[in-house]
Design a protein around this ligand. Structure first.
Ligand code: SPV
Ligand code: MG
Length: 431
């Protein structure tokens, strides 16, 4: 009997899946692949139930004769070993990033005469409702908050993108690309103090108050599901920081990063060009301890950011601080640098890892931007934050548009580089 293969990445079975199984059974014995959690994150979204439970759920379905594990987004492992006669998939893979997956399947099947069967994707109110329910569950504070810790176990390097509004949140949430035969997307979001302030036309000096920063978090959480790392600058007074921790935790933020500076904070990328004072190890450790003491869940992370390299206080100082802050309870260390070369960051990571193999390391490669995530991962980095690139790409584009409208006294000349009106009005999902 022929084999008809289909791969499921769902947590909830709806009529669309049942329809695929029904159609597949017309072509042969139905084998369903279940994508592993790690792969599902790259392909679509974080699963709301683990792989084993998804396997069990699909095994129980009528018409399914066998369930197997699919460990990769592309079908390079599964097709040569199973040699299905047919691969059945919804026709939503005929365009967009999923088209690369279809191309991969087509190539693999063609080597022995297997065939693809594209079936009309089931779009209806029920299916839409199920999808919305899954996403809403992922967005709930108690589910979102723990996801950064979960991702740290599953991803070689967690990638976070800067967001400062609902719209930038949607970009971090939804952007998926196909590259080098693989699909990828961002794992998390970084609410940068620099970009949050810049979006409000204010300097990055802890001027935008927490109430306003929390409104930005609200805007982002309303429309996204991915975990959030919040940039809380110095954390302010310890007496205030404890309240910030509680509020962030309640909002479902996964981690806060605080930097070991005191007084009027200026952006790190100014380095020693402006006056900036580093906190003492004792004071900053006390702030970390106070934050850890008040947090209510084990999910939330307080990450200590070390400014020794920024302020040219030396590698030994950076390492001494890192170990002291971990001892004080920090759940991660962020090390920052404004050099063009990544050397000092790599030296720090290598030396830190000699004594501490576990504590997550976070880096922000804004100036040392030639190094790849993979190379950073080889030196023990766990989280890479792209801290300001969305803001820096949007600003020149908007400025050029404003200038051209002034130049030509009309908007025709700028129109070719604009997003079509139709796309902007359909960009936002409606309930
Ligand atoms: C931010 O994005 O606000 C940061 C990173 O703190 S940096 O601007 O490089 O200091
Ligand atoms: Mg900042």
């Amino acid at each position: 009997m022929s084999i008809a293969y289909t791969c499921f990445t769902t947590d909830v079975i709806h009529e669309g899946h049942l329809n695929i199984i029904k159609k597949a059974s017309e072509y042969g014995e139905v084998v369903v692949g279940v994508m592993t959690d790690e792969t599902m994150i790259k392909f679509d979204r974080f699963p709301t139930i683990p792989f084993e439970k998804r396997m069990e759920m699909i095994e129980k379905l009528d018409g399914v004769s066998k369930v197997i594990k699919q460990e990769t987004v592309m079908y390079d492992d599964v097709i040569p070993s199973l040699r299905p006669d047919y691969v059945i998939h919804g026709d939503n893979w005929l365009s967009g990033p999923l088209k690369a997956v279809r191309d991969n399947v087509e190539k693999l099947l063609s080597s022995y005469g297997g065939k693809i069967v594209d079936i009309p994707y089931t779009y209806n109110e029920n299916v839409k409702h199920t999808d919305t329910k899954i996403r809403e569950k992922l967005a709930m504070p108690e589910f979102r908050r723990k996801r950064l810790r979960q991702l740290l176990k599953m991803r070689p390097v967690v990638k976070a993108l800067e967001v400062h509004s609902g719209l930038t949140g949607l970009i971090a949430e939804k952007t998926v690309v196909e590259h080098d035969g693989n699909l990828d997307q961002f794992d998390a979001m970084w609410i940068s103090s620099l970009c949050d302030s810049t979006a409000k036309g204010k300097p990055d000096i802890e001027l935008v108050d927490m109430t306003s920063r929390f409104r930005t978090i609200d805007d982002v959480t309303e429309v996204t599901t991915k975990p959030i790392i919040f940039d809380s600058d110095t954390g302010g007074l310890t007496e205030h920081f404890v309240y910030t921790v509680r509020s962030l935790e309640k909002m479902g933020v996964s981690a806060v990063i605080i930097e070991d500076k005191v007084g009027l904070k200026k952006n790190s990328l100014f380095g020693t060009e402006v006056e900036q004072t580093q906190d003492t190890i004792e004071n900053f450790s006390a702030k970390i301890k106070a934050g850890k003491k008040v947090q209510l869940t084990d999910d939330f992370m307080i990450i200590a950011r070390i400014e020794s390299l920024i302020l040219e206080a030396g590698m030994d100082d950076a390492l001494e601080r890192a170990h002291a802050f971990v001892k004080a309870g920090a759940d991660g260390i962020m090390i920052h640098s404004r050099r063009k070369e990544p050397d000092e960051i790599l030296t720090f990571c290598d030396k830190f890892r000699e004594d501490d193999k576990e504590t997550p390391i976070v880096v922000v490669p804004s100036s040392f931007n030639t190094i790849t995530e993979e190379e950073l991962g080889e030196h023990g980095v766990n989280i890479v934050i792209y801290a300001n690139q969305l803001t820096r790409s949007a600003f020149p584009a908007m400025e050029e548009t404003a200038k051209d409208i002034l130049r030509y006294h009309r908007a025709k000349e700028v129109d070719d580089r604009l997003m079509p009106i139709k796309d902007i009005i359909s960009l936002i999902d409606t309930l």
